[in-house]
Design a protein around this ligand. Structure first.
Ligand code: SF4
Length: 347
């Protein structure tokens, strides 16, 4: 019988990925996810890439954000800038500066071709924002990832968010060959070895639901310190997931995702996320409102406050994105949410 790694289209050792369909099918192949019926893969320990050179000596990356997380809860916002546009990063940076603690510059299903992570990070920093850089295993082998991690450390990014990444068969560039030399768990270990504050994602609603918390605990053993909890349908399911993860020994800072929708285009973009579960009535409340922008901001603030009240939650991630021409308007929504949340942030 073939191993899970050989059959998984992402060649994952520490599967499953977050893209398992609700009925258990693989994100990309015509079979069930190969990790559905296998025990949770335990973190093996040891260096991920023994041949990797030592990272050049730089001021400890992530130290500023580690301190901030100890001090108070934080607000992170997805970077809504257009791909391959330094002018767009500068424009949305000007809107977001001073309203959120960092922006997550991560993977995008709509725009597979992006500036390289380290270059994009430097543009975000130049715009006056802390950058929480997303890094995926789809587009780079381990040597290229080691180079990016060294560059991100040298640039002094706030943190690195390690994901396996959606397969190239989904999204806008199915002509590209996927790499998947590593997966999110091993990338988390590599990033931690490079000195970064490391975050990972986990999807409480993706099958196998009963083993998602245990999988997260293995990512924590590998080096993750922060977990972005993907959209799970509201505060109660997030609270249950955090309790379960803590029972498995995952002593992480949790940043649940808050869906941000302010118009039909941002709703469409959010709906493209894998295994998306929203609170009941959330989208309808916004899209049927007389002023969807104001209603979307109000809904996100309310949900954020519910999530920030949960034990173990150290912040929220304002999650979503704009349609093709809406980056700056979407940034205004993120800024308004961040500004409204600021007085309620707990230490
Ligand atoms: S759903 Fe993800 S982890 Fe499971 S087999 Fe497919 S690619 Fe691999």
């Amino acid at each position: 019988m073939e191993s899970s790694v050989a059959v998984c289209p992402k060649r994952m050792q520490y599967g499953p990925c977050g893209g398992v369909e609700f009925d258990g099918r693989c994100e990309v192949a015509e079979h069930a996810c190969v990790f559905l019926d296998t025990p949770t893969v335990r973190w093996a320990g040891g260096p991920v890439s023994p041949g990797a050179p030592a990272v050049p000596s730089v001021p400890e990356p992530g130290s500023d954000m580690r301190g901030l997380l100890r001090q108070r809860q934080i607000v992170v916002a997805d970077l809504p800038a257009r791909a391959l546009s330094s002018a767009s990063i500068e424009a949305v940076g000007g809107i977001l500066r001073g309203t959120v603690d960092a922006v997550l510059a991560g993977d995008s299903g709509a725009e597979r071709v992006q500036f390289s992570p380290a270059y994009r990070a430097s543009l975000v920093q130049r715009a006056g924002l802390r950058v929480w850089t997303g890094l995926n295993c789809r587009d780079r082998n381990r040597v290229a990832l080691e180079g990016e991690l060294a560059a991100l450390a040298d640039a002094g990014v706030a943190a690195v968010h390690c994901v396996t990444g959606d397969h190239t068969d989904t999204g806008s560039r199915p002509d590209a060959q996927p790499v998947f030399d590593l997966d999110s768990t091993r990338l988390a270990a590599l990033a931690r070895e490079a000195g970064h504050l490391v975050s990972v994602a986990e999807s409480p609603c993706a099958p196998p639901v009963s083993r998602r918390a245990a999988r997260l605990a293995e990512k924590a053993k590998a080096g993750a310190e922060v977990c972005f909890v993907n959209h799970a349908g509201g505060a109660a399911p997030v609270a249950a997931f955090i309790r379960e993860a803590q029972d498995h020994g995952a002593a992480l800072a949790f940043l649940p995702c808050v869906p941000v929708v302010v118009d039909a285009a941002s709703a469409r973009l959010l709906e493209s996320f894998t295994t998306l579960v929203l609170p009941p009535g959330y989208l309808g409340r916004i899209l049927r409102a007389r002023d969807p922008f104001a209603e979307g901001v109000a809904a996100a603030v309310e949900l954020s406050q519910e999530l920030l009240a949960l034990h173990g939650v150290r912040g929220v991630n304002l999650s979503g994105g704009a349609g093709p021409d809406g980056a700056e308007r979407f940034a205004e929504a993120l800024a308004a949410i961040g500004t409204e949340l600021a007085p309620t942030i707990a230490t």
